[in-house]
Design a protein around this ligand. Structure first.
Ligand code: AMP
Length: 118
């Protein structure tokens, strides 16, 4: 499968559709999920064109991989959720429940997140 340049997060990265931005640097963008599943629901995405975590780990530079991981910690600090805790996850492919084919980590916080899987 090749990267779909017209996926919604690619459009957000190009500034073609708006997002409620939390944080941005050379490597990553973080913004609020448009359809929050918990009190706080945020996404962290790489700026590079990666379909999912497998694609990212296979093709991204070490710097990009480090920066995406660090961004999760940084964004959780910005949100003020480090002390009470949060959950981060990434869905991969159809069995994983991935809807947008651009790698993204979800951050859920602000309340008890509950069962790990349903
Ligand atoms: P996933 O099922 O892991 O691919 O998650 C995709 C997420 O993207 C869902 O939680 C959607 O609510 C979210 N989403 C879709 N479109 C947008 C958008 N334009 N801005 C912010 N979040 C979005």
């Amino acid at each position: 499968m090749s990267y779909d340049k017209n996926n919604i997060f690619a459009k957000i990265l190009r500034g073609e559709i708006p997002c409620k931005k939390i944080y941005e640097n050379e490597f990553v963008l973080s913004f609020y999920d448009v359809n929050p599943q918990k009190k706080i629901h945020v996404l962290v995405i790489p700026k590079g064109e990666y379909i999912d975590l497998d694609d990212f780990n296979n093709k991204a530079s070490d710097k990009e991989i480090v920066e995406l991981n660090k961004a999760i910690t940084h964004v959780s600090s910005l949100l003020g959720v480090r002390e009470r805790g949060f959950r981060t996850l990434t869905n991969i492919g159809s069995d994983g429940g991935q809807e947008v084919p651009h790698l993204h980590y979800h951050i859920f916080a602000g309340e008890k997140i509950g069962k790990m899987v349903s």
